[in-house]
Design a protein around this ligand. Structure first.
Ligand code: ADP
Length: 258
């Protein structure tokens, strides 16, 4: 196994994941450098969502290992053995990772600003005034300065997803994971969310994005990773990935999208 690397935010090595008798990740390895945007594509059921959930330890892995910012996720080293980590340590590791889901999962009883400041106050222990000032700045960054006092039910899907992004950013994560962030949106709202993500990428955020938006992959990704059958079958910069894919499975996947 390779050593923790300073320049890598994510180092996943030979990750295996089973759901009962079903193996859904069959030795997935992926490194993500600081500031890099990696877009994961592939057919439905290929393990993309499961893999990003493993990075955040929302799913336990049965083989291999994952380092985020040089720290093992979910396990710690005891001599030569890996032992499962305690929830408290996992919670600490997760603080470095922002996650945005297909469904926005905002707290319905809290305003947009309330949703954003909750974790910084409760988890990081930041005082309310400072958290609200930072939260307001984040709302401005996602184009929702005027919606601070709106409740989720008063916001469109696209607006809710932008609040969810701001909420994740409020924890100042080293890594942002996006799991099909636009799949549940009406088509006219997809663009506004992708724009916010593109801006984040431009600002140098390290991102792993599962998406079916090939335009985003083409324009924003530094690297496109194709998964199929629980494995990485190809990874390449978008210019190569979309014009000269090496794997037959990538070619047939791309052909089906046309
Ligand atoms: P993708 O994101 O590429 O569509 P997923 O990671 O969602 O793929 O799913 C990969 C495989 O794992 C699928 O066969 C799916 O049915 C299965 N799977 C996902 N989550 C669970 C679960 N909680 N229990 C059992 N099987 C699951």
């Amino acid at each position: 196994m390779s050593e923790p690397s300073e320049s890598c935010v994510v180092q996943a090595e030979n990750v295996e994941k089973w759901f009962g008798p079903l193996q859904v990740l069959k030795g997935v390895s992926l490194s993500v450098r600081r500031g890099e945007v990696v877009v994961i594509v592939g057919p439905s059921g290929s393990g993309k969502t499961t893999f990003v959930r493993c990075i955040n330890h929302l799913e336990k892995i049965q083989g291999g290992r994952i380092l985020v910012n040089g720290h093992l996720i979910g396990y710690r080293q005891a001599g030569k053995r890996l032992v499962e980590d305690r929830e408290r340590n996992i919670a600490r590791q997760r603080r470095d990772i922002g996650m945005v889901f297909q469904r926005f999962n905002l707290f319905p009883h809290l305003t947009a600003l309330g949703n954003i400041v909750e974790a910084p106050i409760q988890v990081r222990g930041i005082d309310r005034a400072r958290a609200e000032a930072e939260g307001a700045a984040l709302l401005k960054r996602v184009g929702l300065a005027e919606k601070a006092d709106a409740y989720p039910a008063q916001l469109s899907g696209g607006q809710q997803q932008r609040v969810a992004i701001a909420r994740a950013l409020a924890m100042k994560p080293a890594l942002m994971l996006f799991d099909e962030p636009t799949s549940a949106l009406d088509p006219e709202m997809v663009g506004e969310v992708l724009e916010v993500m593109q801006e984040l990428a431009r600002e140098g955020m390290t991102m792993v994005v599962v998406t079916h938006e090939m335009g985003f992959a083409r324009e924003v990704a530094d690297r496109v990773v194709m998964m199929d059958g629980g494995q990485v079958v190809e990874e390449a910069p978008p210019a190569l990935f979309f014009t000269a894919p090496r794997s037959e499975r990538t070619r047939s996947f791309l052909a089906r999208l046309l």
